[in-house]
Design a protein around this ligand. Structure first.
Ligand code: NAD
Length: 281
């Protein structure tokens, strides 16, 4: 591993729920490459999980093996469904770190009752809530983060192939991810003149808390494993490696990009001949 790709850079990682979260894979890779991280968490229940994880990476100070540095882990509460909470979170961030270099947005949410069955049955309330939490929140945090990046920076969000093609049960989240991917492109254009880059990773399916809400997710995992060019599913470490690339100066000429980290699944046109037949059950 090349050390130091993130040395001298600090930023906010939003969306760690536990040690299986994609945000955690990215955070670990950032820390391994010398970056400093503040973490936002959704609410008190998650703080208990995020605190020890953040401390183990030395968040908010030097790695000391336990406390996470002299000031303790840098943790900030933020519910992106509440604009006042977003404002408060960024005030807290700016009070300690007036300038940041990167932001990771690994947040999505929809009513799991609508992540099964048919998209056509989506309700207005859940459509609006899903778009707010999973799409607009990235624009909301981009507005605030970019203002803290006078020397430029890098913003990263997480998408999925269900934005491009119909995936069973992904439904309203697929529509939301399409909007998220398009907002990456518009944000890239708006923020490019100030050297703020905006990209997304389109990750293959990974078993996480959020993913467990999607109907027949185990079937989706198996299908991807058997039919991807690499004949495996991706891990949060795979996502973390690509995350460091996009957040670091290695990707200094890359913005507006939707970068697939999916073992190549998106290039496939049909089932592999050697893929076993599988059933939903
Ligand atoms: P996860 O459950 O570990 O993370 C989802 C995070 O979203 C949690 O930390 C949760 O607290 C946060 N969140 C939800 N509502 C919020 C709110 N109102 N305010 C603040 N935070 C909120 O699951 P994950 O799979 O790591 O999801 C992270 C991102 O990766 C999501 O955008 C997801 O769509 C995307 N993604 C996941 C997969 C996958 O297969 N797991 C694949 C591609 C993309």
């Amino acid at each position: 591993m090349t050390p130091g790709l993130m040395a001298g850079k600090r930023g906010l990682v939003m969306g760690v729920a536990n040690d299986r979260s994609l945000a955690w894979g990215i955070a670990q890779a950032i820390a391994a490459h010398g970056g400093e991280i503040a973490f936002s968490y959704q609410g008190e229940a998650l703080e208990k999980r995020v605190r020890p994880l953040a401390a183990s990476l030395g968040s908010g100070g030097l790695v000391d093996g336990s406390s996470g540095g002299a000031n303790g882990p840098f943790l900030i509460e933020c519910d992106v469904g509440d604009m006042a909470s977003i404002d408060a979170a960024f005030s807290q961030l700016a009070a300690r770190w007036p300038q940041i270099d990167f932001l990771v947005h690994a947040i999505g949410f929809s009513d799991k009752n609508e992540l099964r069955g048919r998209y056509v049955d989506t309700s207005l309330d859940n459509f609006l809530m899903t778009m707010n939490i999973s799409v607009f929140s990235f624009t909301a945090v981009a507005q605030r983060a970019a203002a803290m990046m006078p020397d430029g920076g890098s913003l990263l969000t997480l998408s999925y192939y269900g934005a491009e093609k119909v995936i069973p049960h992904y439904n309203v989240m697929g529509v939301a991810k399409s909007a998220l991917e398009t907002s990456v492109k518009y944000l890239a254009m708006d923020l490019g003149p100030t050297k703020v880059r905006v990209n997304a990773i389109s990750a293959g399916p990974i078993k996480t808390l959020a993913a467990s809400g999607i109907g027949d997710f185990r079937y989706i995992l198996k299908w991807n494993e058997y039919n991807s060019p690499l004949r495996r599913n991706v891990t949060i470490d795979d996502v973390g490696g690509a995350g460091v690339y996009l957040l670091s100066d290695l990707a200094s000429g890359v913005t507006g990009e939707i970068h697939h980290v999916d073992a190549g699944y998106n290039v496939i046109g049909m089932k592999a001949e050697d893929a076993p037949d599988i059933s939903v059950a």
